[in-house]
Design a protein around this ligand. Structure first.
Ligand code: KIV
Ligand code: NA
Length: 263
């Protein structure tokens, strides 16, 4: 297939075609996901949980993400490749740029950062310097100690209004995409409708431009507590390629997420 690009994903949103994204951490899974037509791969700082066995994403370093990004880039041919900026790597625009360059040189095509309006200067600084930005709002796991746990966000009217204004500000600052995690499905819809750029949801309802899951969750290999938004796509399948294909199909035809996966 043709390489998936940011303009191609923008066209998918405009045409109402759903974007299927998965996290990925190594070359073999990257080759398999690419062959199964996953549109976008994310080298997530969820590696802190699923690869490294930590309780949070906070211990993940820029070197960890750069190493796994280089592994994924070697296995991937055509999926768009995003990499997470880990905790502590984007406190200022300058430090964000220095660290994002490492991920881009490892093979990332855009970088994901967690945060609202306070991040706008950094988003502008990166995009002006040719680094596309994927913003992340809602449940932002790097803020777990401020949030007091991994819980659904923006359940109040004020919270929903703040998220919507953060989303608009990030798009205005130049973000190419927006990830929405663990928010009411109705808010996922209003943000996706209000923005021009594609939104990718994880526990953010069916009306986002696309969906993402952590690979270990969708294959049923993560031993920890399963979040409401997770579906095990290995159930009823005999091989991993079939599970990945059934995930892509379910995202594309709108059968995932179902109401039981939403807030
Ligand atoms: O690190 C990660 O896996 C993420 C999720 C939202 C997919 O950021
Ligand atoms: Na992440």
């Amino acid at each position: 297939r043709k390489a998936v690009t940011l303009p191609a994903l923008q066209n998918m949103k405009d045409a109402g075609k759903k974007i299927a994204m998965l996290t990925c951490y190594d070359a073999s899974f990257a080759a398999l996901m690419d062959a199964c037509a996953v549109d976008m791969l994310l080298v997530g700082d969820s590696m802190g949980n699923v690869l490294q066995g930590h309780a949070t994403t906070l211990p993940v370093s820029i070197a960890d993400i750069a190493y796994h990004t280089s592994c994924v880039a070697r296995g991937n041919k055509s999926a768009l490749l995003a990499a997470d900026m880990p905790f502590g790597s984007y406190g200022t625009p300058e430090s964000a740029y220095e660290n994002a360059v490492k991920l881009m040189q490892a093979g990332a095509q855009l970088v994901k950062l967690e945060g609202g309006a306070w991040l706008c200067d950094t988003v502008r600084f990166l995009t002006e310097r040719s680094i596309p930005v994927f913003a992340h709002l809602g449940l932002t796991p790097q803020s777990v100690h401020q949030l007091g746990g991994f819980k659904v966000q923006c359940k109040t009217t004020e919270g929903a209004e703040r998220l919507l204004s953060d989303a608009r500000a990030l798009q205005e600052a130049g973000a190419s995409m927006l990830l929405l995690e663990a928010i009411p499905a109705s808010l996922g819809k209003s943000v996706s409708d209000a923005l021009r750029i594609p939104t990718i949801g994880i526990g953010a309802g069916l009306d986002c431009s696309g969906q993402v899951l952590v690979m270990h969750d969708m294959l049923g290999v993560f031993p920890g507590k399963k979040a409401r938004f997770v579906r095990n796509f290995m159930a009823g399948q005999t091989d991993i390629a079939s599970a990945i294909r059934s995930y892509v199909e379910a995202v594309k035809d709108g059968s995932f997420p179902a109401t039981e996966h939403c807030f």
